[in-house]
Ligand binder design. Structure first.
Ligand code: NAD
Ligand code: MG
Length: 386
């Protein structure tokens, strides 16, 4: 039996992961499930999957979780210490699916355990790619990307020599506003940004899809995970979301990875790796699909993509600053303090500010260094006036 843990089990990726585990229940032993505010879901899943430990990141919910699981054999923990305990428990496969920079610490601790780390939390690579990869390498941990584009690139590269790669193209659906004119974009509301035409995902990533900040994070994620020259990486708009990524080789071949817009494919791939087993997702009907279309991702319309180029060139702590400023910008957008198109402006202003003060010159060689910069960037992004 494969011993598995899921960080962020109550979220969109977490629930899709449990769905796959449910379909092959006798192959898995669930070690640990973590959540945050959604205690009823966390408790129900911990009981259904007979987890050894259930952790809520929200310390104030500890008593609720304890009460919900009283009389069961599930151990309960909470807060940062609880997440640390979860991340230290031996498991064969760990899903890192906490949203945002909060996923960094548990992922990094798990990477020290010599396990297989299925990485949905793209922020880990964006904020601390070098640190995470070095930690994993030292411990013999295998990191498998779960973001659909990166899983697609990973799959297209199986058996290939990375030095023969000429380009990597990741696709973007274009999000909720892909056909909106610029003057309408400026007035977009949080409610409008939080709907996605193709994918069903958590709120943060859905809004990031509309602004293409999600694609910006994914460009950086590609650069860090595959250790590839940023000039070889591009994003194109592909409204049908059927091709997730393409890898071009030195002989001109372009290998595309197609699949339904269903995260269970990439999760299932990482769960089964290195084997391929049945995954219960829809099979694509190419004839019914008819056409696939592509268009340029415009960096004027989507400044997040231009900022990602700068972050990829600078590296160091720039990714951590970019992500923290982006998370703060989204928070302010959700509170209606700033507009939709103000988000990239605020991120750019924050990066410029941090660059001028020298805050970005520290080495990204410890979790403390990354989290300190993360907090500074949030404070700056929270205080700047637009
Ligand atoms: P979500 O919002 O649906 O779920 C987030 C999970 O994290 C929940 O379990 C929540 O309880 C937990 N959480 C929230 N705040 C926390 C905190 N401060 N500390 C600890 N736990 C906390 O998010 P999601 O859409 O499932 O995304 C999870 C991660 O996977 C993100 O990094 C996202 O970018 C990435 N991802 C998601 C998708 C998708 O289809 N949803 C696709 C690709 C990548
Ligand atoms: Mg993705």
């Amino acid at each position: 039996m494969k011993r598995i843990s899921i960080f962020g089990a109550t979220g969109s990726i977490g629930q899709n992961t449990l769905d796959l585990v449910r379909s092959r229940r006798d192959e898995y032993q669930v070690v640990c499930l973590t959540g945050s505010a959604n205690i009823a879901q966390l408790a129900a899943d911990a009981v259904e999957f007979d987890a050894e430990l259930a952790v809520t990141a929200d310390f104030a919910s500890y008593e609720d979780l304890k009460n919900a699981l009283s009389g069961t054999s599930v151990k309960v923990a909470a807060g940062e210490a609880g997440l640390d305990e979860a991340a230290q428990m031996p498991a064969d496969w760990v899903m890192s699916a906490i949203v945002g920079a909060a996923g960094l610490r548990p992922g990094l601790i798990a990477a020290k355990q010599g396990t297989t780390l299925a990485l949905a939390n793209k922020e880990s690579l964006v904020c601390a790619g070098q640190l995470l990869l070095a930690t994993a390498q030292e411990a013999g941990t295998k990191i498998l990307p779960v973001d659909s584009e990166h899983s697609a690139v990973f799959q297209a590269l199986i058996g290939e020599d990375i030095s023969a790669v000429e380009r990597i193209i990741i696709t973007a659906s274009g999000g909720a506003f892909r056909d909106w004119p610029m003057e309408k974009l400026i007035k977009a509301t949080p409610e409008q940004a939080a709907t996605h035409p193709n994918w069903s995902m958590g709120q943060k990533i859905t809004i990031d899809s509309a602004s293409l900040f999600n694609k910006a994070l994914e460009l950086i994620e590609t650069r860090e995970y595959f250790q590839i020259d940023p000039d070889l990486i591009e994003a194109v708009i592909h409204p049908e979301s059927m091709i997730h990524a393409l890898v071009g080789f030195s002989d001109g071949a372009l290998m595309a990875h197609l699949g339904p817009a269903d995260m269970r494919h990439a999760i299932g791939f990482s769960l089964n790796y290195p084997d391929r087993n049945h995954v219960p997702v829809e099979r694509l009907d190419l004839v019914a699909l008819g056409n696939l279309s592509f268009r340029k991702a415009c960096e004027i319309r989507h400044p997040a993509l231009r900022l990602a180029r700068e972050v990829m060139a600078k590296r160091g702590l720039w990714g951590a600053a970019f992500n923290a400023a982006k998370e703060k910008a989204q928070e302010r957008f959700l509170k209606r303090e700033i507009g939709f198109m103000d988000m990239p402006s605020l991120v750019e202003m924050t990066l410029n500010n941090l660059d001028q003060t020298g805050a970005l010159n520290a080495m990204p060689d410890s979790l403390d260094a990354v989290l300190t910069l993360d907090q500074i960037a949030r404070d700056v992004a929270g205080s700047l006036e637009l």
